[in-house]
Design a protein around this ligand. Structure first.
Ligand code: XMP
Length: 320
């Protein structure tokens, strides 16, 4: 059982000092490696690891083809300003071929886990000679995986998987006692800019969690365009998280006086503290119609935009 540290209990200075010591003790004179996605959790782990290990830590950004528009370079540039070197590895082919033909949500998550940990990152870790991998698993990931709600792509031990045996390296998870609100506090205390520690959460399976049905490069590109519009339009709402989801069903629409059997985007915008429960944000109707217009104008083939008004539970934040 992991012992939770709530955001209100958390003493960030003490937490950081403790985790830095633990990371140093575990890695010793060796090297560690971590994958940065630019999300809140992996950004905080990167800074924590950098503080503990400096040059003994190698940080990789895996370009899986499933990231938001402009993301790899943006993240690398932000971390360069913080004195952290991040190397981009192009693995788009590996991820899209692993995802080809898969429609089931849990199979998609499993394909991403396997591709990431075995084929792509696993190989990089082996080549680097690092014996430790730093990872930003948080308590909500563990809870939902154990409860069988979603298999979070970064949870192993609790599923009875030994990473040492399966992948050949040890995993260090310094944030595992925290939830998202606690992680943000640690990020702020570590000196990350607000655009990193206060970012809306983004799931490990990235945009493939935002596509119902097959995650092909073309369908990912559609949801990527819609995501950019939604994130830009809702950034001042103070909502916990907001997203665009591409549906698998087609609906009859019309364009230029002709029938257009088109695609649908679902908008979701959530109020939540720690992602365990969430309610849909009461967005003004004209905000919703403005976002819908922009999506219909700029994302090819979309003829319908809906807004999810169900709470979590029974909904979940991501659709996949
Ligand atoms: P759900 O969809 O389970 O999401 O209500 C709860 C929170 O977790 C994020 N999420 C993930 N984060 N790996 C992650 O690192 C994952 O596989 C994953 N799935 C969901 C989601 O964005 C939300 O903030």
């Amino acid at each position: 059982m992991v012992k939770e540290i709530t955001a209100s209990q958390l003493d960030t200075d003490q937490f950081i000092a403790e985790k830095v010591r633990e990371i140093k003790d575990a890695v010793g004179g060796g090297t560690a490696i971590n994958a940065l996605s630019g999300g809140v959790d992996s950004s905080v782990v990167t800074m924590l690891g950098h503080k503990a290990l400096d040059k003994q830590l190698k940080t990789i950004f895996i370009e899986n083809g499933l990231m938001r528009a402009g993301e790899p370079q943006r993240v690398v540039d932000l971390f360069r300003k913080l004195g952290v070197t991040v190397e981009i590895v192009d693995a788009r082919k590996e991820f899209f071929s692993a995802l080809a033909g898969i429609t089931d949500p849990e199979e998609k998550r499993e394909a991403i886990t396997q591709t990431f940990y075995k084929n792509v990152f696993g190989k990089i870790v082996k080549q680097s000679g690092a014996k430790h991998l730093l990872q930003g698993t948080i308590l909500t990931d563990v809870d939902e995986t154990i409860a069988g709600i979603k298999r979070q792509h970064n949870v192993f031990e609790q599923l009875g998987i030994d990473p040492q045996e399966t992948f050949g390296y040890k995993i260090i998870e310094p944030l595992i006692q925290l939830r998202k609100d606690g992680v943000r506090k640690v990020g702020k205390a570590l000196g990350l800019p607000a655009e990193l520690f206060d970012r809306i959460p983004f799931p490990g399976p990235a945009l493939s969690a935002r596509v119902i049905g097959q995650a092909t490069p073309e369908r990912i590109e559609l949801v990527r365009k819609a995501t950019a519009i939604v994130e830009k339009s809702l950034k001042d709402t103070k909502a916990f998280q907001y997203m665009a989801i591409l549906h698998d069903d087609r609906v009859t629409g019309m364009r230029d006086g002709k029938r257009d059997f088109g695609q649908q985007i679902e908008l979701r915008c959530w109020d939540s503290v720690d992602a365990r429960t969430a309610t849909p944000t009461e967005l003004p109707f004209n905000t919703l119609t403005k976002v819908a217009d922009e999506i219909i104008t700029n994302v090819p083939g979309i003829v319908s935009v809906t807004y999810n008004i169900a709470a979590k539970p029974p909904s979940t934040i991501e659709a996949v």
